[in-house]
Design a protein around this ligand. Structure first.
Ligand code: RFL
Ligand code: PHB
Length: 390
């Protein structure tokens, strides 16, 4: 089999790149280790920056997003018994974010790919990327027991943090930067109305809590838990009871309980690999970087990588220029590091860190009180949350 761009991974990064390329008439094949249903069952992000919405518009997959997505103009930081609303719209000259689930973005992209008749190989086994330091890279895999090979011009490594692409690069060719946090998030999804019409990020003595949503009738809640926590340790009732204890009383009183549709635990991690290009292999999305979810940046960073990579590939085929490809890694990383900083900062000021000294706790409080009292500091939070320019 031969294609122009072989894309590894059918998460949001891979599907979005595939859709944009297909619309430009650039041939591509997506290779995914899991089945389509499994990809759709992963409950993850919910907050889209305007830049990502614009890219989904360009990809022609935003009809349902504009119909069902909820535009948010602000969110609340709760701490020390007080609340501070970040007026995103007011502080950024009119910018907002859209609440629309990653699952729905993925579903829209999958449907568009099917309509376009573009090729996706699901349930691919033994996926390997080969010869990417040469001009004729190849992807090999096994499908239904049959070995297959795809030759291509470029490989896009969109296969997430645990994918095969980054792991195929010789160790001397890259540097990794990372931090692990000593806690995780326990998330619960339920068909109940949201406790608050805007997101609430709460720093509480008992630990962090977040009220988010997917629609007016579907809520997504998170609580900080110790790393060793098991899902079975938490019944839905225990989850809601703990959530209420960590939220401001009026928000807590508004929490409607209901059976969970999904419950999962995610560890929190910051991670970046440099560079993001190895010959004809380009990493994008979680394959190249992870942020703790506190800043709602992971999916949005995947979208900005795809913006840069797509433009570079189009430039190569249409204008015979390699400038975009040559600068991809530097351009993407400049934006990634700023989102890493914001996600690290949000995580640092909002969670209860085991082992923190009384001094550390006062610093955390001072950070939040500074944001509360200073318009400049609130503007910094707002402009990062809505997304820095591409
Ligand atoms: P994905 O989604 O992990 O997709 C990678 C795909 O590659 C496949 N794969 C392979 N395929 C072929 N061969 C192999 N060897 C392969 N190995 C892996 C996998 O099966 C998978 O289908 O990466 P992608 O596309 O880069 O997308 C990244 C986003 O999923 C991620 O950044 C966000 O979900 C992060 N995130 C959030 N981001 C936001 O922007 N806003 C949020 O509000 C937000 N909330 C979150 C989040 C992530 C969370 N978790 C669970 C980590 C909340 C949570 C709880
Ligand atoms: C979510 O709705 O899943 C969500 C929202 C905001 C975050 C993280 C996750 O910061």
């Amino acid at each position: 089999m031969r294609t122009q761009v072989a894309i590894i991974g059918a998460g949001p990064s891979g599907l979005l790149l595939g859709q944009l390329l297909t619309r430009q008439g650039i041939d591509n094949v997506i290779v995914e280790r899991r089945g389509g249903d499994h990809v759709l069952s992963r409950i993850r992000a919910g907050v889209l920056e305007q830049g990502m919405v614009d890219l989904l518009d360009e990809a022609g997959v935003s009809l349902r997003l504009h119909r069902e997505g909820i535009v948010h103009e602000g969110f609340t930081l709760a701490f020390a018994g007080r609340r501070h609303r970040i007026d995103m719209k007011g502080l950024t000259g009119g910018k907002t974010v859209t609440v629309y689930g990653q699952t729905e973005v993925t579903r829209d992209l999958m449907e568009a790919r099917q309509v376009a008749g573009a090729s996706t190989i699901y349930n691919a086994e033994n996926v390997a990327v080969r010869d990417f330091e040469s001009v004729s890279p190849r992807v090999s895999l096994t499908k239904d027991g049959m070995p297959t090979e795809i030759s291509c011009d470029f490989i896009a490594g969109c296969d997430g943090f645990h994918g095969v692409c980054r792991q195929s690069v010789p160790l001397h060719a890259f540097q990794e930067f990372q931090r692990s946090y000593p806690f995780g998030w326990l998330g619960l999804l339920a068909d109940v109305p949201a406790a608050s019409h805007e997101l609430v990020y709460a720093n509480d003595e008992r630990g962090f809590a977040l009220c988010s949503m997917r629609s007016t009738t579907r809520s997504r809640y998170y609580i900080q838990v110790p790393l060793e926590t098991k899902i079975e340790d938490w019944s839905d009732e225990q989850f809601f009871a703990e959530l209420r204890l960590r939220l401001p009383p009026d928000v807590a009183a508004n929490v409607t309980t209901g059976p969970s549709l999904e419950k999962s635990i995610a560890p929190l991690r910051s991670f970046v690999v440099e560079p993001m290009r190895f010959g004809q292999l380009f990493l994008a999305g979680d394959a190249a970087h992870i942020v703790p979810p506190t800043g709602a940046k992971g999916l949005n960073l995947a979208a900005s990588d795809i913006r840069y990579l797509f433009d570079a590939i189009v430039e190569f085929y249409l204008e015979k220029s390699t400038v975009g490809l040559d600068t991809y890694s530097t351009r993407a990383l400049a934006r990634i590091w700023k989102a890493e900083r914001f996600s690290w900062w949000m995580t640092s000021v909002l969670h209860k860190f085991p082992g923190n000294s009384p001094f550390d706790e006062r610093m955390q409080r001072a950070e939040l009180e500074y944001v509360e009292k200073s318009r400049a500091a609130s503007t910094v939070v707002a402009e990062n949350y809505v997304g820095l320019p591409y």
